[in-house]
Design a protein around this ligand. Structure first.
Ligand code: TRP
Length: 338
């Protein structure tokens, strides 16, 4: 990163299923690099997970340790990154309560991320109040750590914007600037599409590749990937833009010169989809193989205590940080101090 100043980083994931290659390209890979030179905390956002899984609370609970295992498998090192559990940090709930007075319902309803999620989840007019308010809770996550940098996918930008509006309000009410604005760190390449070309990857749509996909699952996913529908014969010129196979190559192929050559050949015509897919499969296998191996070692029942200890230790650290920020905010917002 150009800015070498030590930043306070906070980011998180809902424990609603296995993390996938979209998470890796979107923010996990960034976190693995950033943990060496910054103060980083990652949050297993189980309370936020409940905001759209109220009917399946046990699914959220049962995925908590899976997400921790996914983090470690992806290369997040608990010696460098604090890994904590949202529900273990009561200060976050307190801040959410205070902040919810600083935003209007119409502001929340206008949030583009929320709007598209409401559509995707089919809530219609029956939007859970907690779901509408989860951006407020996310602002609590970010501000409780006084985070300055938030590595997220581009879909989260409207949430960071709302967080900064809350930050400005709190600072204005307090009459002093003590909460920093948060800067989102989004990957340059944009969002990785699902294997079917649909913009959002998800378990429910079955178009995501899990971080620990088997070689067979990888091959099947690559086989399924959309290419250029007009590229019927090998000799036809092909289009790279909007081509799912190239989107994955852009995200994971580190041989940039080789990739540029491949794109030129594809555009010119004479390069078959099968050849491009073969290259992608090799690239993905190289990315996934070490993650798969570590993930499998962490999957044994004997590892549950190890993962729980990591989470417990990280949450204890985070509880102290978030507790003191909440005390400061309570005082700044004029809450009676006993
Ligand atoms: N909303 C994020 C997601 O769906 C998860 C999240 C929760 C988060 N709290 C956060 C991200 C704080 C960044 C900062 O992936």
């Amino acid at each position: 990163m150009a800015d070498q100043k030590r930043q306070t980083i906070l980011t998180g994931d809902r424990p609603t299923g296995p993390l996938h290659l979209g998470h890796l390209a979107g923010s996990l890979a960034n976190r693995v690099v950033l943990q060496d030179s910054h103060d980083q905390t990652v949050l297993v956002a189980d309370m936020q997970g409940l905001s759209d899984n109220a009917n399946e609370p046990f699914k959220v609970r049962d995925n908590v340790l899976n997400v921790v295992a996914d983090y470690l498998a992806a290369g997040i090192d608990p010696a460098k990154t604090v890994i904590c559990l949202q529900s273990g940090l009561p200060a976050l709930a307190e801040l959410t309560m205070l902040y919810s007075n600083l935003v209007t319902v119409s502001r929340l309803e206008r949030n583009p991320t929320i709007r598209s999620e409401i559509l995707a989840r089919g809530f219609g007019r029956d939007i859970p109040a907690g779901f509408l308010c989860y951006p407020v809770s996310q602002a609590s996550d970010i501000t409780a750590f006084k985070a300055t940098l938030v590595p997220v996918g581009a879909d989260q930008l409207p949430l960071i914007e709302l967080c900064n509006e809350i930050v400005d309000k709190v600072n204005r009410l307090a009459g002093r600037v003590f909460l920093p604005n948060a800067v989102a760190l989004v990957p340059a390449m944009g969002r990785l599409p699902g294997v079917d070309g649909i913009a959002k990857m998800g378990k429910s749509t079955g178009n995501a590749i899990p971080l620990d996909a088997s070689p067979q699952a990888l091959a099947a996913a690559v086989q399924r990937m959309y290419t250029d529908p007009k590229h019927l014969k090998v000799s036809d010129p092909g289009t790279v833009e909007g081509n799912v196979v190239f989107a994955y190559l852009d995200a994971f192929d580190t041989d940039l010169a080789g990739l540029e050559e491949l794109k030129a050949d594809y555009r010119r015509g004479g390069l078959g989809d099968a050849t491009v897919k073969r290259r992608l499969l090799a690239v993905l296998e190289a990315v996934v193989a070490p993650i798969r191996e570590r993930r499998s070692a962490l999957s044994s029942p004997a590892m549950r205590d190890f993962l729980t200890d990591i989470l417990r230790e990280g949450t204890a650290k985070a509880r102290s940080v978030t507790g003191s920020t909440a005390a400061e905010i309570r005082e700044a917002l004029g809450v009676f101090v006993l």
